[in-house]
Design a protein around this ligand. Structure first.
Ligand SMILES: [Zn+2]
Length: 290
């Protein structure tokens, strides 16, 4: 499942194809993905300029000049493919499907952007979704955004914030960090990685994190995410050269998926273990995570 760094990488990849461009045509090829598309979805998209393409947690937010925001979520398997115009190609989409390079199975939404660019959303498992909400209403105007905690890479996310929200919380720290009201957009993989880097056991009670452990955890979370975004940028250049598909990137992880392998911390000597918490696999090193 794409996590925050992957979504950010997708956003950066989509910017040249979408930001500042008009959605000349939109083709919605089924009535729903995970949820039904909004009423008159096509009509509300066509002719709109995308003023900005932003990200909040794992949501992509296209700010339309109509005053609505197009919210897009990749779900489990969602990906975008960009078809750039042929050299010397015109502005007109012409034969939609021909210009889009022929459609694949699970190509559910097609945006024909100004400049002869096609942006195609493909989602085999259909856990992704798209919806609209009034931009003016802010995050409270979208049920997906209201109540979200701070962005892990934003200024609001600080040791003081973590101290305040974890104080007295009697759940394991891993579960607390997956709570989107505590911090927005963190998923299973990066929580495992951040706890490993900070040397904190995933089983430790959240209430014991405030203080020195918060001071280690916040920079660990930021560094892990920033490194993954930087790696995504590298992948993005390679992907763009290949087929323009945005959505999946193979990162290397220090803890996640490494059960039975030696801990990568110098002088630790521990072996990465796996345990199941709330139905999800947690990877951690019992040697250095306390
Ligand atoms: Zn270790």
């Amino acid at each position: 499942m794409p996590e925050l760094p992957e979504v950010e990488t997708v956003r950066r990849g989509l910017i040249p194809a979408m930001e500042g461009r008009v959605i000349a045509r939109a083709e919605i090829r089924r009535p729903d993905l995970r949820f039904p598309f909004p009423d008159r979805f096509r009509e509300r998209l066509e002719g709109q300029t995308i003023e900005a393409l932003e990200r909040r947690a794992k949501y992509l937010l296209a700010r339309l000049c109509s005053g609505e925001t197009l919210l897009m979520h990749l779900g489990m398997s969602g990906r975008f493919t960009i078809h750039w115009p042929e050299e010397g190609g015109g502005d007109s989409p012409g034969d939609f499907h021909h210009a889009a390079g022929g459609l694949e199975k699970h190509d559910h939404v097609i945006f024909a952007m100004s400049g002869g660019i096609f942006v195609i959303f493909n989602d085999a498992r259909r856990f992704g979704f798209m919806t609209l909400f009034p931009t003016e209403g802010g995050e409270d105007a979208s049920p997906f955004l209201s109540g979200l905690g701070p962005e892990p890479l934003g200024n609001e996310f600080s040791p003081a914030h973590l101290d305040a929200v974890l104080a007295g919380k009697r759940t394991p720290v891993k579960a607390a960090l997956l709570d989107q009201r505590v911090v927005a957009g963190l998923g299973n993989i990066y929580v495992c990685e951040a706890l490993w880097r900070a040397g904190i056991s995933p089983r430790r009670m959240a209430a014991t994190i405030p203080g020195a452990r918060s001071a280690r955890l916040v920079p660990a979370i930021r560094d892990i995410l920033n490194e993954a975004i930087a790696a995504g940028g590298t992948t993005l250049r390679d992907f763009k050269a290949a087929d323009g598909t945005l959505g999946y990137f193979q990162h290397s992880f220090a803890a996640y998926g490494r059960e039975g392998e030696p801990c990568r911390k110098a002088d630790c000597g521990g072996i990465v273990s796996r345990l199941v918490q709330a139905g999800r696999s947690t990877f951690f090193c019992p040697g250095c995570q306390r």
